[in-house]
Design a protein around this ligand. Structure first.
Ligand code: 2RA
Length: 336
């Protein structure tokens, strides 16, 4: 299998290298692509040093079976034809194609089979907050239809890239040293703060990040579920947390929900209030699963249930989900 990574130098690109190796993904040849800023850099994969090639409109993707792309929506749009023209499956982590009707938006635990219908050779990887939420929602949707979702997210700095993580570290150091604080990657200082804005505002007062959770969840779950989100940047490093409230067609007890989450694909139940056991981003960075805890009946709605989830934004929220899509295609022998 010949595999390409476009955007190899970014936080998600680097995670692709780790996840592909960790999961012993079948690769005969790996090619790395990047912008003029990263072309020439070298990374080691399975003991072999690989140099990043400049991404160009040429025949470099001839013979490539799977191309993982995470270099921004603009690059994905510009190079989609170049990447797919010789038959490579493009699994794209950007927002470029997620809502295109002829491009599947896939979370393997929820709608893997959608990946089989890809007329343009492209499969879109959802937004990180959507991925981890629908993995949890699926466990309850299997019991009864979810009609409404309210979600507040607590999104780590990693969502804005590796440099944003570095800025958060530096801000804490600067504050403690009494130095002026560098604010470049976020609208405001993030250290000792929360920022209730991720991406730009749309006409309805929701941000693009919040509308992604509305639109993408409905597409992935093939559902009329209504999702009202508030997406907040918090001073955590690389795991996103979400406080989720759902309204279901019939009441779901805490015990029933716990059982469903405990057996849900891609989920780990971490819910024991007496022992102060619940998911926290600091301790779950780098983990594959989505962790679920704080499960309670909603006091304001007899068909309501509320719970808390944590997932690694770079891993399950991006690189791992994309690799799992590729693993599914290999399992069902549907790469070419
Ligand atoms: C964020 N979900 O967390 C967005 C993009 N990764 O910033």
């Amino acid at each position: 299998m010949k595999v390409a990574i476009v955007g190899a130098s970014g936080a998600v690109g680097q995670e692709f290298l780790r996840v592909l190796d960790e999961r012993n993904f079948p690769i005969d040849e790996l090619v790395l692509f990047g912008s003029s800023r990263s072309a020439g850099r070298k990374y080691t994969f399975r003991g072999k040093e690989i140099e990043v090639k400049l991404l160009q409109h040429n025949d470099d993707f001839k013979g490539v079976d799977i191309a993982f792309t995470s270099a921004g929506a603009g690059t994905s749009k510009e190079f989609a034809d170049t990447i797919t023209k010789y038959g490579a499956v493009m699994i794209d982590n950007s927002s470029a194609f997620r809502m295109d009707a002829d491009i599947p938006l896939v979370v393997p635990e929820v709608n893997a089979e959608d990946a089989l219908n890809r007329p343009r050779g492209i499969i879109a990887n959802p937004n990180c907050t959507t991925i981890q939420m629908v993995v949890a929602l699926k466990a309850i949707e299997n019991l009864t239809h979810i009609k409404r979702v309210h979600v507040s997210t607590y999104q780590a700095a990693s969502g804005a890239g590796a440099a944003a993580m570095d800025e958060l570290y530096e801000q804490y150091r600067q504050v403690l040293a009494g130095e002026p604080v560098t604010v470049e990657k976020f609208a405001y200082q993030l250290a000792f703060n929360l920022i209730p804005q991720i991406d730009v505002f749309t006409d309805n007062g929701y941000t693009k990040e919040e509308m992604k959770m509305y639109n993408e969840t409905r597409k992935i779950m093939h559902s009329d579920v209504k999702v009202s989100a508030t997406c907040v940047r918090v001073p955590a490093l690389r795991s996103h947390s979400e406080s989720i409230w759902i309204e279901t067609e019939r009441p779901v007890s805490v015990e029933e929900a716990r059982e469903a989450f405990a057996h849900g694909e891609g989920l780990v139940l971490m819910d024991n209030p007496e022992k102060k056991e619940y998911p926290m981003p600091l301790f779950l960075a780098g983990k594959d699963p989505v962790y679920v805890g704080r499960i309670r009946k909603d006091l304001a709605n007899e068909n309501g249930l509320t719970f808390w989830i944590v997932g690694d934004q770079i891993k399950k929220g991006a690189a791992l989900n994309a690799v799992q899509i590729a693993e599914y295609l290999i399992k069902v022998n549907n790469i070419r």
